[in-house]
Design a protein around this ligand. Structure first.
Ligand code: AMP
Length: 279
């Protein structure tokens, strides 16, 4: 385990010297099967797998969410190592943002929509900043991100392309509970009644997906039906939409290009997001 950048670089130096492939899996800890599947995929195709565990204050727009974010570093280290991590990087906030830190990364375009509206522009700017820093600290050849946070993937791809960062971005599929709920570190904060209701998010995504395919590609009708389904469980979506998977611009009518159904909703006190590709 490394807590400081100097230590991390020293530990990675032998791998770099022998031109080993280095993969990075950035996480905020509270690891679950979604994170572990990314680590396993990374380990299957790289010589060294660095897992970073850092609850990045810069990407939290809600101070209560930051405060309540679950943390269990010892358990995380064990799980990540068992899944194939060769080095765990757990920096303190001061190591990432030392006194005098004055640089920002602002990302527009895809970052300005949906989550960028709901959580404010500072959210994806915070993600872009920490991802840029982690790439600088670790120097990975490949970095792995979950399809669960599809807009984050689109933002990171944009960042890498715009800043010519020499890192290949790869994604892993969303890992779900048996009832379809996407695994998330925030799920532990759901009451048992809310946990049961939360499964309707994925059912609504499926409903919209199949609705579009059946109803002559008309997104609006399918979205209205999905919204009704959510209401039967007492859930009001913050957004439920069909979008382009790269730009996240709405796609009112489908054609042969890929599309994504996206959702955000509060279930009790917990804000959940999910998505499902339309084949
Ligand atoms: P987080 O710790 O929430 O920042 O997530 C770290 C990485 O794990 C991100 O790339 C997420 O997209 C990914 N991830 C989170 N939940 C899942 C999931 N259920 N399935 C697959 N990947 C996930």
């Amino acid at each position: 385990m490394a807590r400081e950048v100097g230590e991390l670089r020293r530990m990675l130096a032998p791998a770099r010297q022998r031109s080993a492939t280095i993969a990075l899996v950035p996480t905020m800890g509270a690891l679950h099967e979604g994170h572990l599947s990314l680590i396993r995929s990374a380990a299957a195709s790289a010589d060294e797998v660095v897992v970073s565990i850092f609850v990045n204050p810069a990407q939290f727009n809600d101070p209560a969410d930051l405060l309540q974010y679950p943390r269990d570093v010892h358990r995380d280290i064990e799980l990540a190592s068992a899944a194939g991590a060769s080095l765990i990087f757990v920096p303190d906030p001061d190591e990432v943002y030392p006194v005098g830190f004055s640089t920002s990364v602002h990302i527009g375009g895809v970052a300005a929509l949906w989550e960028g509206v709901a959580r404010g522009p500072s959210h994806f700017d915070g993600v872009a900043l920490v991802v840029t820093k982690l790439f600088g600290m670790v120097g990975p050849d490949v970095a792995w991100f979950g399809q669960k946070d599809a807009q984050q993937v689109a933002v990171v791809r944009r960042l890498v392309a715009d800043l010519n960062l020499p890192v290949e971005i790869r994604t892993g599929p969303t890992v779900r509970e048996p009832d379809g709920l996407a695994m998330s570190s925030r799920n532990v904060r759901l009451s048992s009644a809310d946990r049961d209701r939360a499964a309707v998010l994925h059912r609504a995504l499926d409903f919209v997906k199949h609705g579009i395919m059946i109803r002559e590609n008309d997104s609006d009708t399918a979205i209205a039906a999905g919204t009704d389904l959510l209401r039967t469980a007492g859930i009001e979506a913050e957004y439920l939409a069909v979008v382009d998977p790269d730009t996240f611009e709405p796609r009112p009518r489908l054609d042969d290009r890929p599309a994504l159904v996206i959702i955000a909703a509060r279930v009790g006190p917990v804000r959940l997001i999910d998505n499902e590709p339309v084949a």
